[in-house]
Design a protein around this ligand. Structure first.
Ligand code: ZN
Ligand code: ZN
Length: 238
């Protein structure tokens, strides 16, 4: 953190979103005291991100759980999933403010927070790609929340040319599990520049994994080598 950032922080202090204490220049969204209170996703399937029962922690190191019963019924094109939190307060409130309150800086900061959580855990990658919105949805919303998160994570503007939506889809939140898979089928197309590259594919929330899986399918079809999925939160349908 450079000197100018410290000055900026002194003039325009930010406050912890939980306890309202002024943040120091190296704290993101919440203070270090409140950080452990966030709903961290501790034990989950490393392949698909499905949360696993806590008692398994005693049997295995979470690093070893590379597939679960959901993975056995569903083919996933991505190789690994990294999700920081359960979709619970305050994280769920932040995501709602980002999407519907148009709080752009929140997207950037969530990306930075993701980086601080996963800095040592994500293997090396070549490209960071945010899951794109359809052009219709982009017109209505005015921005893509995944793009802002990816920007914060990467510390620079990520490319939006490598993955496109080629089909209009209904919002996944309005659909059942089965409908979600059908809705996003063949919705994406990837640029051939992803060939032989390891991709970090970023979205705000993963629920069934249908959207991230279709995006991964398009990337793999274009020759991507490995795909790691990264999301702020993991939600469940029930
Ligand atoms: Zn705090
Ligand atoms: Zn799994």
């Amino acid at each position: 953190m450079n000197f100018l950032n410290k000055i900026f922080n002194f003039i325009f202090p930010e406050f912890c979103k939980l306890c309202q204490r002024p943040l120091s220049y190296n704290e993101i969204l919440i203070c270090n005291n409140c950080f452990p209170k966030l709903p961290f996703l501790k034990l989950y399937c490393q392949k698909c991100g499905t949360p696993l029962p806590d008692h398994l922690k005693n049997l295995l190191s979470y690093k070893e759980i590379n597939y679960c019963s959901y993975c056995q019924t569903q083919k996933f094109y991505f190789n690994k999933t990294f999700s920081a939190f359960y979709y619970k307060k305050p994280v769920s409130d932040w995501i709602i403010s980002l999407k519907f309150g148009k709080d752009f800086s929140l997207g950037y900061k969530l990306g930075k927070l993701l980086k601080s959580v996963f800095i040592d855990k994500i293997p090396a990658f070549d490209l960071v790609i945010p899951v794109p919105l359809s052009s219709e949805r982009l017109k209505v919303r005015g921005f893509n929340q995944s793009f802002l998160i990816a920007w914060g994570f990467l510390g620079k503007r990520p490319s939006q040319e490598l993955l496109k939506r080629i089909k209009y889809t209904k919002p996944q939140t309005e659909l059942s599990q089965k409908e979600r898979w059908k809705n996003v089928k063949n919705a994406f197309e990837a640029n051939l520049k992803v060939k032989n590259k390891t991709i970090l594919l970023i979205d705000d929330v993963m629920t069934t994994g249908a959207t991230l899986n279709e995006a991964s399918k398009a990337l793999k079809k274009a020759g991507a080598k490995e795909i790691y999925v990264l999301t702020i939160a993991k939600n469940t349908l029930n």
